[in-house]
Design a protein around this ligand. Structure first.
Ligand SMILES: NC(=O)c1ccc[n+]([C@@H]2O[C@H](COP(=O)([O-])OP(=O)(O)OC[C@H]3O[C@@H](n4cnc5c(N)ncnc54)[C@H](OP(=O)(O)O)[C@@H]3O)[C@@H](O)[C@H]2O)c1
Length: 388
């Protein structure tokens, strides 16, 4: 049976790798809808190669340009959030890959769940900001949320075949990023170019900076909390510089199971696309001969973002959405050289401290908290950079 796939964020790192995987199995997958934000040329190429029924660019000018490039093609072109929602709920989709970056992924993910479409979830910010609402809705609609993030895919794979109540602890591994051995002082002068040099993974800019600050691991702790229904006290982070052990689970009897593989996102992407099956593929496999695997505790003094994420998760309510929004704004400002590397945690801390937390927020409260945090982060960045 051919599986019909749609991809939100097909022009990004995860989206492109998903299409790479799909192209290896032309008889087994069909692409229905693809989306990007502004990357007209790449989406036009993807449309020509995969012939989806719908192509969306959220940026309206870029979408107009795409329509011009695709004259004579059967693919329909849409723009804006309306287009993104149409792609998320495209009729006939068996699995939606959510590979948009940031909070922008929340609305289309919820729309897809409402439409009863299973989700291969890469967009972790959705669960960070609104994990309770998303997971409750998915359970109510009997929609599967299959993780794409390599760590969560590892945990998901380790848990296959284990009954309820057996899981005691999750151990998320973290590469430690490019500044793993740096002191706080050494981080002060770090440039975007240096922060964008991840030692093991090739990813989009935002997640690469998140890896350098270790906020990525903080977001993943919150993602794991919602995906696997464990308290935050049962989710640990272990620095593992080789990125070979993608994560571990500890069961009630103290036994640990780990999932290993090369640092290649095509493995967790393929598993999410084929779950519960496993398919042979031509990806380079892991050779363990001569490999040294190391593990260490994270340094929360040097990488406070990880501690902020735990704190946000413990306090709950609107705070995780606020931390996520402040981080998105601060990372964008760092990439534009408006603030320094150490200002990223600084901005997040100030926004957290200024937030009046709302317990048990509904979706409107989460959107309001997100908007408030973005404005507040911009205001603080204005005072740091001298440009408001
Ligand atoms: N990259 C990885 O290896 C990896 C691993 C695990 C998890 N993830 C997670 O997967 C998600 C995507 O990461 P990525 O590295 O693939 O990001 P990326 O390379 O920056 O790609 C992001 C995608 O989202 C689109 N986009 C950006 N802003 C948008 C908006 N406001 N509305 C709609 N679409 C928008 C981009 O379009 P344009 O190309 O047109 O800008 C692009 O298609 C993130 O949540 C990340 O944390 C990534």
């Amino acid at each position: 049976m051919v599986k019909q796939i749609s991809i939100l964020g097909s022009t990004g790192s995860v989206g492109r790798q998903t299409l790479d995987v799909i192209k290896d199995f032309p008889e087994k997958f069909r692409v229905l809808a693809l989306t990007g934000n502004k990357n007209v040329d790449l989406l036009a190429q993807q449309v020509k190669s995969f012939q989806p029924e719908l192509a969306v660019l959220t940026d309206p000018e870029a979408a107009r340009e795409l329509s011009r490039l695709l004259v004579g093609q059967k693919t329909r072109v849409l723009a804006g959030e309306e287009g993104l929602l149409a792609a998320a709920t495209y009729p006939g989709t068996d699995l939606l890959v959510t590979a948009v970056v940031g909070f922008a992924g929340l609305k289309p993910t919820l729309a897809a769940i409402d439409a009863g479409i299973d989700i291969a979830l890469a967009n972790k910010e959705t669960l960070v900001a609104a994990g309770r609402i998303v997971m409750e809705k998915a359970r109510a609609r009997k929609v599967n949320i299959i993780p794409v993030d390599s760590e969560h895919s590892a945990i998901f794979q380790c848990l296959q075949g284990s009954g309820p109540g057996q899981l005691q602890k999750i151990i998320l591994t973290a590469s430690g990023g490019p500044f793993r051995n740096c002191s706080r002082d050494e981080l002060a002068g770090v440039t975007p170019e240096q922060a964008l040099q991840h030692p093991n993974w090739s990813m989009g800019a935002k997640i690469t900076i998140d890896s350098a600050t270790m906020m990525n691991k903080g977001l993943e702790v919150l993602e794991a909390h919602w995906l696997f229904s464990l308290p935050l006290t049962a989710i640990e982070v272990l620095v593992h510089p080789q990125s070979i052990v993608h994560s571990l689970v500890e069961f009630k009897d103290g036994s640990l199971l780990a999932q290993l593989g090369p640092p290649d996102m095509r493995f967790p992407i393929l598993y999410a696309l084929t779950y519960p099956e496993r398919w042979s593929n031509n990806f380079s496999k892991l050779d363990l001969v001569g490999r040294q695997l190391g593990f260490a505790a994270p340094d929360l003094e040097v990488f406070p973002c990880l501690a902020y994420a735990y704190e946000a998760g413990e306090k709950g309510g609107t705070l995780p959405a606020v931390v996520n929004a402040a981080n998105e704004v601060a990372v964008a400002a760092f990439l534009k050289r408006r603030i320094g590397f150490l200002d990223i945690p600084g901005v997040i801390r100030q926004v957290m401290d200024g937030h009046r937390l709302q317990k048990d927020p509904d979706l409107d409260a989460i959107f309001s908290a997100d908007s408030w945090a973005r404005e507040e982060a911009q205001r603080i960045i204005g005072t740091i950079s001298g440009i408001s």
